[in-house]
Design a protein around this ligand. Structure first.
Ligand SMILES: CC(C)(COP(=O)(O)OP(=O)(O)OC[C@H]1O[C@@H](n2cnc3c(N)ncnc32)[C@H](O)[C@@H]1OP(=O)(O)O)[C@@H](O)C(=O)NCCC(=O)NCCS
Length: 187
């Protein structure tokens, strides 16, 4: 995957940029309580989802200190299954971060793990990052299971770390190094 190329295929998935026609589908699952509960961005209507896609279309992939959002699609049908955000840090010495959301009716099939494995391979083996981090609410058990299944280590648990939607919430920090990713045999 070249820096300017943002289309990526896996066994069952295609990852590429969001397009205007994705707005209804994006709003349908990103506006859903089950998906939005632990996330900062939740579109209030389809127009907000469309604005997000428009902003993303003007953002070059790999822009330092930016979140670039990729669509996760069924490889054969192109159907939108979810999205995967990549935070490119300001410099290569800082960790890269990912955020992933799946449509509730497409969970439990290993799509998140498949998509994450592919971008982790790219991040460590092609883009040259040394470390990745993930920040998660300890109640977000599906997300924690995903991170741990990929080989992320729990590095910290910050108690009542920030105020979010009317309550103080904990923040658990996960991390993985390039050598840890490469040394895990089963993937
Ligand atoms: C985080 C999230 C993407 C994880 O989705 P998920 O469906 O649990 O993850 P996967 O697609 O990797 O599926 C893994 C499960 O599918 C099962 N599975 C079924 N078929 C599989 C296959 N062919 N390959 C691998 N796993 C498979 C696995 O056994 C696993 O089940 P388990 O969790 O009971 O062990 C999802 O819960 C979500 O969208 N949450 C809301 C958004 C959010 O909070 N995101 C995190 C903040 S950035």
């Amino acid at each position: 995957m070249e820096p300017q190329d943002t289309t990526l295929t896996t066994t069952r998935l295609r990852l590429d940029r969001l397009v205007p026609a994705d707005a209804p589908g994006l709003f349908a699952y990103r506006g859903d309580d089950a998906v939005a509960r632990y996330q900062g961005w939740r579109p209030v209507d389809e127009a907000e989802a469309a604005r997000f896609i428009d902003e993303q279309s003007r953002l070059a992939f790999h822009t330092p200190d930016s979140w670039a959002q990729l669509a996760i699609r069924d490889r054969s049908t192109g159907e939108l299954l979810g999205d995967l955000g990549v935070h490119f840090p300001a410099d290569k010495q800082s960790p890269i971060e990912f955020g992933i959301s799946l449509r509730p009716d497409r969970r439990g099939k290993g799509y998140a793990r498949e998509a994450m494995s592919t971008v982790l391979d790219l991040a460590f083996n092609e883009w040259g990052y040394r470390r990745t981090v993930g920040s998660v609410d300890p109640r977000n058990v599906a997300s924690i299971a995903l991170l741990e299944s990929l080989g992320y280590r729990r590095e910290a648990h910050h108690v009542e770390a920030y105020f979010f939607r009317g309550e103080w919430v904990d923040d658990v920090i996960y991390a993985m190094l390039d050598r840890e990713w490469r040394s895990t045999a089963t993937r």
